[in-house]
Write a protein that binds this ligand. Structure first.
Ligand code: PEP
Length: 257
């Protein structure tokens, strides 16, 4: 089902108390002005650090359309992997989502397609929904390689899934040059890539899956530019980094559909 989604990626920010305060403030705002229903119920997702998951899931549990997710998971269910957190462990906190393939994981932690595919596989087995990130660097865009890059990331990291599994996935298109830089893709650039991604989903899984597939934009999205971006035909919402740490700003983005 194609959804309208605003997801906040807190990255490595917020102590436990600060994170609980942030989630609580946003949830209070949503309670005062419940999510607008457009076609189907819109969703808000908090992608928090691992330490917040259980507590934020508890804060959000009575709010329809509000979910919690982890920013990463490991590719094995349990064992001698010191410092890692697995998909079943994330699921046990009351979280419903996991983010896989964020560009910071790809570039800073060398996560390649094979690793990401293994993580996604275990996430699906653990009954977590996935937001799978893709996007090109500035150099790749300047060389006009952006479509090939995104196609390869999706084909190698994600499109091994069968139809039943892919139905639990959303894709976030995040051009790396727009993440945390203040540079946003123009609404036209976002629409162009989202339409391309939808076409790829259609080629692999059929027209109906493509029409129902949720594709988010991420990269310096804020309350000033969200409306114009979300208005694009193939943009179903946003993955928000910096602006998700400010309750008022994040709430305005939620209201931008
Ligand atoms: C992100 O990290 O997913 C992101 C979109 O960050 P920002 O909004 O800060 O560019």
């Amino acid at each position: 089902m194609r959804k309208k989604v605003v997801a906040g990626n807190w990255k490595m920010n917020m102590t436990l108390d600060e994170g609980k305060g942030l989630a609580d403030e946003i949830c209070q705002l949503i309670k005062q002005k419940p999510l607008k229903i457009i076609n189907n119920s819109p969703e808000v997702i908090f992608f928090t650090p691992f330490i917040h998951l259980a507590e934020v899931a508890d804060i959000a549990k009575d709010l329809e359309g509000v979910f919690v997710g982890a920013q990463n998971c490991y590719s094995e269910p349990s064992g001698a992997y010191t410092g890692e957190v697995s998909a079943p462990m994330i699921k046990s906190t009351g979280s419903a989502y996991v983010l896989i393939g964020h560009s910071e994981r790809r570039s800073l932690f060398n996560e390649g397609d094979k690793m990401l595919a293994a993580k996604a596989s275990l996430a699906i087995e653990s009954k977590l929904n996935i937001v799978f990130c893709c996007g090109e660097s500035l150099e790749e865009r300047e060389k006009n390689n952006h479509f090939d890059v995104v196609r390869n990331q999706l084909q190698n990291g994600l499109f091994w899934m069968d139809e039943k599994s892919i139905a639990n996935v959303m894709i976030a298109y995040e051009p790396v040059w727009a993440i945390g830089t203040g540079l946003t893709a123009t609404p036209e650039q976002a629409q162009e890539m989202h339409a391309f991604i939808r076409e790829l989903v259609g080629e692999k899984y059929g027209q109906q899956m493509a029409e129902n597939f949720t594709i988010l934009y991420g990269g310096s999205c804020n309350s000033k530019n969200a409306k114009q971006i979300f208005e694009q035909q193939d943009v179903d919402g946003g993955l928000i980094g910096g602006a998700s740490l400010k309750p008022g700003e994040f709430f305005k983005i939620i209201q931008s559909f």
